[in-house]
Design a protein. Structure first.
Length: 181
């Protein structure tokens, strides 16, 4: 019998001083049976970093042709495609053809470094692609914050991210491997 997704209720308050975006999002997030707490929290941080009134979580791991997070225009075009982890070169290429802006958040330490070394030369032609690495230490600390019901406060200033749940605070420093053209 297949395992069912675990539902997480998240109140995500974003204070992004860099983009002047201040909003609270009430999210119901389905955590796929194969998804770790680390990946779930990376997904929430990626959502906060790209927060917008039209940004949405997708079916994620259970669907191959959708990103983890997307933002569509009012007419249905894909404006922003957010992928987590280490997508293949083919998936990156297809994503860049489908969306105006593609952001990949690799994580996993040395594995992410090796992935980037392998595909970075083939990504130079994509002006709509950004690759922003999250360190293994940062994502491991984020995983410790995970809970079925969370009030998550994310403050973003000068590219640095502070994530807090209750009395616990984790500082995340995203590293831009490939910025916007």
């Amino acid at each position: 019998m297949a395992q069912k997704a675990t539902i997480y209720k998240v109140e995500l308050s974003v204070s992004d001083m860099d983009r002047h975006y201040y909003e609270t999002h009430k999210l119901t997030v389905a955590k796929h049976p194969s998804e770790t707490d680390e990946r779930l929290m990376v997904r929430l941080v990626a959502f906060a970093l790209n927060a917008h009134e039209h940004l949405e979580m997708t079916k994620g791991l259970s669907t191959d042709d959708e990103p983890d997070i997307w933002q569509k225009s009012l007419s249905g075009e894909l404006d922003v495609w957010v992928a987590l982890g280490l997508p293949s070169e083919k998936v990156v290429r297809q994503s860049c053809a489908k969306a105006s802006q593609v952001i990949v958040y690799p994580y996993g330490g040395r594995t992410a470094d090796m992935w980037w070394d392998k595909i970075k030369n083939s990504t130079t032609r994509f002006d709509n692609l950004q690759v922003i690495n999250l360190s293994e230490a940062d994502t491991a600390a984020l995983a410790e914050l995970a809970g079925r019901t969370m009030k998550l406060q994310v403050n973003i200033q000068d590219g640095d991210v502070m994530v807090s749940v209750d009395d616990s605070i984790v500082y995340v420093t995203p590293v831009i491997w490939k910025g916007p053209a």
